[in-house]
Design a protein around this ligand. Sequence first.
Ligand code: GDD
Ligand code: MG
Length: 334
Amino acid sequence: MKAVVLVGGFGTRLRPLTLTTPKQMLPVIDRPMLEHVIAGLSRHGVDEVTLSLGYKEDVFHEAYPDSECAGVALKYAVEPEPLDTAGAVRFAAEAAGIDETFIVINGDVFTDLDVTEVWNRHHEVGAEGTIALTPVDDPSRYGVVPTDEDGRVLGFVEKPPRDEAPTNWINAGTYVLEPSVIRRIETGRKVSIERETFPSLVEAGGLWAAQSDAYWVDAGTPQTYMQIQMDLLDGVRGAAVNGVSSGASIADGAIVERSVVMDGASVAAGAIVRDAIISSGARVSADAVVEGSVVGPNAIVGERARITGMTMIGDGALVEAGTALDGAKLPESD
Ligand code: GDD
Ligand code: MG
C-alpha cells in the first residue's frame, strides 16, 4: 500500500518551535512526530510513503538520508512552492508514479484509527474517495462532514462557525483515494482538498465516509502538541511511557512530575518541572519553575525564572534569570 503524507505546512500555530523545525519533525517523547505517524501506517500494511513537502525540506532529508523511516521506504516530493492540500496530493502522487488506490494523511494527526477498515469500506462501497471521520466537541476548527445513514458524504464544510456546523463528525485527515481523484485536481495553482476537491466529489456522489471513535488528536496547536505527549505519559493509548530520557540529567533536589525531559536536557537542583516538555539539550537552571509549557531544544531557562501557562520557548532562546513568562512565546512570534 502506498501513502502520501502531507508535511508541507508552515506550522504557524506552533511557532516559535516551527521556526527552526517543521511541525512533523518536532519531537514527541523520543522521536519525531513523523516517525510515530509512519509507524502507525506501517502497522496497516503501508510499505511506501511519499512525503509531500516544501517548507524546511532539508530537515527531513537530513533525518532520513537513507530514504527510510520507521521501516517504511520514503520518497520525497518537494513542491517548488506550497500547492495547498490537493495540489500537494497531485504533485506527490505524480512524483511517486502512483496509479492505484492510495492513502493520504495529514502528517500531524496522532491516532489509533484502523486504516485497514477505512480501506476495506472504500472498496466495499466502490467509492472514488473515502474519508475517515472522528467525533469532536468543537467541530469549528476542522472539516465538518455530514453523511447519510449509509455513510455517503452529503457535504464538506471546512472550519464553519461553531453554531453552523451540521454535525460533530469531522475529517480525521486520513483518506483512501482512487487515482481518478488526482486527475480532478487542477495543476499550476493552489488547490485545497477540503475546499474544492471534496465538495466536487460530493457533487459527483463518489465520496464516502468511515466513522471511528478511536484515539485521535490533531497535534498542530501548542495545547494538542502537549496533549499527545501527556496522553502517552498517562497511558491513555496503552502502557504508560516514561518521559524522562536516560540521556537527560536531573539533579538531586529537582522535582520532575508528569513531564518529558529529552536527551541531553538538564534540570538543576531546586527546579520544578511539571506537566511540561523540556526538549533535547535544553537547560532548566536552579530554582526555576516550568509548568504546563514547552522549552525548545537547547533553550536556557535562567535561575528562578517562572515559565507557566503554555509558554513556548524557541530553539536556543534564553530566559533571563528571575523572569516570569505566562502564556508567552519567546522569541515573540505570531
Ligand atoms: N505539501 C504540502 N503543501 N502540505 C501542506 C500544505 C501545502 O501547501 N498545506 C498544508 N499542508 C500539510 C500540513 O503540514 C499538515 O500536515 C496537513 O497538510 C494539514 O494542514 P493543517 O494546517 O494541519 O490543517 P488543519 O489541521 O488546520 O486542518 C486539516 O486537518 C484537520 C484534521 O486534522 C483539514 O484537513 C481539516 O479538514 C481536518 O479536519
Ligand atoms: Mg492539523
